[in-house]
Design a protein around this ligand. Sequence first.
Ligand code: F6R
Length: 618
Amino acid sequence: MCGIVGYTGPVGGTGALDVVLEGLRRMEYRGYDSAGIVIEADGVLSVDKRAGKLANLEKALTDEPLPLGVTGIGHTRWATHGGPTDANAHPHLSADGRLALVHNGIIENFATLKAELVADGVQFSSETDTEVAAHLVGRAYEDLGDLTEAMRAVCNRLEGAFTLLAVHAGEPGVVVGARRNSPLVVGRGEGANFLGSDVAAFIEYTRQAIELGQDQVVTITKDDVAVIGFDGAPAQTTEYHVDWDASAAEKGGYPNFMMKEIEEQPRAVADTLLGRTDAEGHLVLDELRISESVLRSVDKIVVIACGTSSYAAQVAKYAIEHWCRVPTEVELASEFRYRDPVVNEKTLVVGISQSGETMDTLMAVRHAREQGAKVIAICNTHGSTIPRESDAVIYTHAGPEVAVASTKAFLAQITACYLLGLYLAQLRGNKYEDEVRELLRRLAEVPDQIQQVLDSIEPVRQLGREMANAKVVLFLGRHVGYPVALEGALKLKELAYIHAEGFAAGELKHGPIALIEEGLPVFVVVPSPRGRDSLHGKVVSNIQEIRARGARTIVIAEEGDDDVVPFADTIIRVPQTPTLLAPLVTTVPLQVFACELAMAKGLDVDQPRNLAKSVTVE
Ligand code: F6R
């Protein structure tokens, strides 16, 4: 989703252009379809903005450089109102051209405001909701003569979600930002200050950050940061040190961020488990600031999330119900509040989000809390909105996920779900302490098992390259293998633009088996033979059924599972894990397959077409 960078630095300096462009490069991972920049030099604003990748803007700036200045704003836009064109790209200017403004989010009442402005003779040069804000702040400045006050006055008229940044020709060296339901962080430097959608925008220059609260306006100059509320009162802020270093956001020798992030999964899972047990080996979740009595009284759990995170939610359902014996539902966040769900004080809602900014999930979290439910966020991004608006949070420690499609965050989310399930089971007395400890011990072994999968992954890469021309691929799984199949299919759709579907293997005979034809590749995620009842045998029968109809069977099976051998055209082996923990290893070959196949097709796996990393619109 949109990325925002603001900078103001030393007088006499010339660096704004370089700093803002570098910030935009670091924002690329959020997904965007146009980019723009404004430089303020001696009270003169100069703007350039281009549809397409940042390279287009950089080329334009090389051909026709902007004047050098000490203050600037940059923006990468993911189109919502109006297509990805030069005209719709940000910044947008006020009617007198003295104010430039960029925006992330959606101004929900823009149509009414625009009608007012048009009736007053204002001419619009784009289809965006943003331009409304540019005109309004520009006009407010004419009346008030102060950019901070103008911004505050306008924010009080806007509805929806927005981060706004503005510079005005009348206030050289000043950048003003504001936020509601959309992220904005301040980077505090030495003789220079920064604003960004996230810390990646300025991490190259400073690690000192300030978290802005809801409905706040921030004004930065090179030496000062001042924050007030939309009501005009001075606001409390929290300063913190960012411990992600810039190199954590680099590719580190891999061809793309996705491969790097897939390889980082043993670390992501291990780090997520880190520090969760006390000296006696008891599971402790310090961040869970919901009282034990409330957690004991919960009679239903609802897990809400979107996309890949929703598949982590499905794994959570199997684990939590099995370990805690509490009915657990999984719901797509985008559907949750629209079906009038039965949620009350005895419901525990778990919202899973890598970014912590997904609007569908945020709205579902708010709805759940309004109904009296307690909400626990499982999130990878510190200080993001969803954890801030939840009663408690379990942070996953996967580190920054730069590739748009999620990989390491998914495994970290599943890990956090296991921790939550075991914690509740321990607290509610569904499992004895030694049982919890044994499961934690097995969980602690998983990072090494993921590493084993990665160490023997070459045949999977080879398979990906061989299948670069596939048109359709199916994925089957049962029990916790079903969400893994769904995730395998989603990865292939997103990265390689191949039509892929995931099915519960037991459902095949109820319809989808009609799709099977000679040579159709079908991945089957096989449950452990040591697992539940006759599930393993049933999946082996499913493999036979599709192979008899001509499918090319690619089977992911545990080491030592010989039953699959006669019916598998290709076998991908994974280490033996407890049944419920298997998704942490069985997902990995499917991620690598999709990534390698997309690379063989010459596609940009880090930024697939039409996708955004952080989806901050409903
Ligand atoms: C798929 C993917 C998306 C996200 C979804 C939710 O690879 O990345 O499906 O999982 O948009 O995002 P978060 O977890 O940030 O709420």
